[in-house]
Design a protein around this ligand. Structure first.
Ligand SMILES: C[S@@+](CC[C@H](N)C(=O)[O-])C[C@H]1O[C@@H](n2cnc3c(N)ncnc32)[C@H](O)[C@@H]1O
Length: 361
């Protein structure tokens, strides 16, 4: 069943061209900030991605640790939470994910995604996977590996404290990001929780292990009426549907207290939490998407033959899953090494496929 919900506006003008040429997978090397702006209008059905998280990994890029000082030195009226435009930041040696403050990171991530807004079809979807970070005045940045683990090279850096940036604080970066997107008119449809049952042990003795990440589903807000977008509910995981039919008698409904339900009695499992093991990365990348996490999103949020974009594609997992599911795919990747791996994986995947995609108009 494909839901087409309440379309009242968004008469789409004919796109100038589609984002994809004949190749079912295209991998482009460069900064998503630039490449997003080159996409034809309304050519993407689904943007699905996992950007760099704040303050964890360098992905092999060199970052200017003096950048906050340089930003403040340019204008004595500035305060450190004034976020520089991404172009200024990049020009001065800044790397996405290594911003001195989480506020800067959220500003840049939203700015980059917003550059892709015009390329997303009105009935398209955006799924963004993002994890949280604990604040520490002195933190470790891994060249590539997981925070606090393994023997990957790391560098120490000092992060300014202030406001919510306090020692031991869980920063709620995913929530701050989602609110920033809402402020830019995006409609948040789900905050899917990716439960990771196999997270490695942590040394901390005063908190629980962080075993989940967020996967936000955003759609466009039309100028009038309610959002309408492609969604194939038959393709989501069993148990991930939010539709629950309560049997009030069985659920222990109490007329004297209508707010009372005995949820022990209703069917279990209908929720927006998806349990998928973290797998070890591939091609030297430590943050490869698990197929089980993204395939249902691709199948449910992109129509067959539609186009999937991953602007931070790493080694291209979302691209190969999209192609293997009969969708076209475009990936952007800054690192030459990961771009090469994504290209290789895409070629391998296409070599094993007989794709029957509709012609691009
Ligand atoms: C969390 S990883 C994505 C991993 C991917 N989901 C996979 O399955 O392999 C983020 C990726 O974004 C890349 N990246 C960082 N900044 C970027 C930028 N400005 N433009 C494009 N890619 C960028 C990093 O090199 C890294 O490979």
């Amino acid at each position: 069943m494909v839901a087409q919900v309440e379309m009242e506006q968004n008469e789409t003008s004919e796109p100038e061209a589609t984002a994809s040429d004949d190749a079912p997978i295209q991998v482009r090397q460069g900064d998503a900030y630039d490449l997003m702006a080159d996409l034809p209008a309304e050519s993407i059905d689904l943007l699905i991605t996992s950007p760099p998280y704040w303050g964890l990994r360098a992905y092999g890029q060199e970052h200017n640790e003096e950048i906050l000082k340089e930003w403040l030195a340019e204008d004595s009226e500035r305060v450190q939470t004034d976020v520089p435009p991404y172009e200024w930041y990049r020009k001065h040696g800044g790397v996405l994910g290594l911003e001195p403050l989480p506020e800067w990171f959220i500003g840049h991530l939203v700015e980059i995604l917003q550059r892709g807004a015009a390329a997303l079809k009105p009935e398209g979807s955006m799924w963004i996977n993002i994890g949280d970070t604990y604040f520490a005045r002195w933190s470790s940045i891994r060249h590539d590996g997981r925070q606090g683990l393994g023997d990957n090279p790391r560098s120490r850096r000092r992060t300014p404290m202030g406001g919510f940036r306090q020692e031991k604080q869980l920063l709620l970066i995913p929530a701050r990001f989602a609110i920033a997107m809402q402020d830019l008119r995006w409609i948040l449809r789900n905050d899917l929780i990716w439960h990771k049952p196999n997270v490695p042990p942590r040394p901390e003795k005063d908190r629980l292990r962080l075993a989940h990440e967020h996967f936000f589903h955003f759609v466009k807000r039309p100028k009038e009426g309610r959002a309408k977008y492609h969604y194939d509910m038959d393709e989501v995981e069993h148990g991930a549907r939010d539709v629950v039919f309560y049997d009030f008698d069985e659920a222990g409904y109490d007329e004297a207290d209508p707010s009372y339900y005995d949820f022990q009695e209703v069917e279990e499992g209908e929720h927006d939490v998806v349990t998928t093991h973290v797998r070890s990365g591939s091609d030297g990348h430590s943050a490869t998407f698990p197929i089980g996490l993204i395939k249902p999103r691709i199948l449910s949020s992109c129509p067959p033959g539609g186009t999937v974009l991953d602007p931070f594609c790493g080694t291209g997992r979302s691209l190969t899953v999209a192609a293997e599911s009969g969708r076209r795919a475009i990936g952007f990747e800054l690192s030459a090494e990961f771009h090469e791996a994504a290209q290789k994986n895409s070629d391998q995947s296409l070599g094993q496929l007989t794709l029957e995609l509709p012609d691009v108009e």
